[in-house]
Design a protein around this ligand. Sequence first.
Ligand SMILES: [Zn+2]
Length: 136
Amino acid sequence: MAADCGCSLLGRPASVAGHDPSAAQERFLRLRDRTCRHPGCGQPAGRIDADHVVPYDCGGRTACENLCCLCRTHHRLKTFARGWRFALLPDGTLQVTTPSGVTRTTRPPGLRDLTAQPALPGPRRAEVPTVEPPPF
Ligand SMILES: [Zn+2]
């Protein structure tokens, strides 16, 4: 799971009150998901919809924890076809269950585990020559 440091560079953009995601949320989703998140679909994220996994009308928040990229075809499938279940886990993993009960999982390629990376080396300290005091 990615570090949630709260800074505007690495953290998730804040949730918004309305239905439509903010520009910052859209950028985050496109970078996190890269393509449509439906298993087996490779539509590039430039042509996708930001879908509320828990529908907005059912109380789903407009937050990155509840949004994922779906192409128009799979967005409509999720919205209108019966029997499909979608679940977005806190780490961005999407679980899609078909009406027959088969579950497939996709993970966002753009969301790396930043806590697993080794720490960067600290700045080098300049060698300060030792100065001998004068002999007088
Ligand atoms: Zn798709």
